[in-house]
Design a protein around this ligand. Structure first.
Ligand code: AMP
Length: 218
């Protein structure tokens, strides 16, 4: 079993954070905070948070740090025995928020997924997500509307912000605002870089190696 209990997943949109995070969560029995999924649920439910976040998300823009931080604080208060963050932090301000919030257990591993932009563009345009359980698949491997997860009767949909023009805005935001976090966590000795352009099975093998602690310098 891995010694790591507080794991950040870092990387561009569609790099495989969600897919790998789900597997790690099952393996280590840790809860996952997927900020994007929580925001999409808030939009569906038309909560105040959802109404405020919707305009940013549809344009492919990051939502303001303060909005995300209150969401993370609320989630973290209920998940104190280890966690996986999928999609948080995405800015230096959010990373500093983790450092400066005593109630949040500090990260002990950051898995950073590298994937070339051209591969990401192929992935987002074929990506489909379940409207009920958030399962993610690709039209290349599964081409029906019904969710393939056992016991789920949800429908698959293409995310608005996965349209190519919206994706390109997201990618630009990622490079500018999230890219610097690679160095930030590298300097803390927490970063393990993984070639996310491989097949999901091979990516997972590298994730397992990182969880065994063979590659992390901390
Ligand atoms: P995701 O599902 O992780 O791709 O996130 C979808 C969208 O939600 C992003 O493009 C942002 O608009 C917003 N979002 C999710 N997490 C964050 C975050 N940590 N900071 C700012 N915006 C976020």
């Amino acid at each position: 079993m891995s010694k790591f209990k507080n794991i950040i997943l870092l990387g561009p949109p569609a790099c495989g954070k969600g897919t790998q995070g789900k597997r790690v969560a099952e393996l280590l029995q840790l809860p996952v905070l997927g900020t994007g999924n929580l925001l999409r649920k808030a939009i569906d439910q038309k909560t105040d948070l959802g109404l405020e976040a919707e305009g940013y998300i549809n344009k492919g823009l990051y939502v303001p740090d303060s909005l995300i931080e209150s969401l993370v604080a609320e989630w973290s208060a209920q998940n104190t025995e280890g966690w996986i963050y999928d999609g948080f932090p995405r800015t230096q301000t959010q990373a500093d928020f983790i450092d400066n919030t005593a109630e949040i257990t500090q990260p002990d591993l950051v898995l950073a997924f590298d994937v070339p932009q051209a591969d990401l563009e192929n992935r987002v345009t074929s990506r489909r997500q379940c409207d009920t359980c958030d399962h993610v698949t690709s039209t290349f491997v599964y081409d029906k509307e019904e969710c393939p997860e056992a016991g789920c009767d949800g429908k698959l949909y293409a995310r608005n912000d996965d349209a190519l023009d919206s994706f390109r805005v997201r990618y630009e935001q990622y490079e500018k605002m999230t890219g610097p976090l690679f160095d930030f966590y590298r300097n803390k000795g927490l970063l393990v870089e993984i070639d996310g352009s491989q097949k999901p099975e091979d990516v997972y093998k590298d994730v397992l190696k990182a969880l065994e602690g063979d590659t992390v310098s901390a």
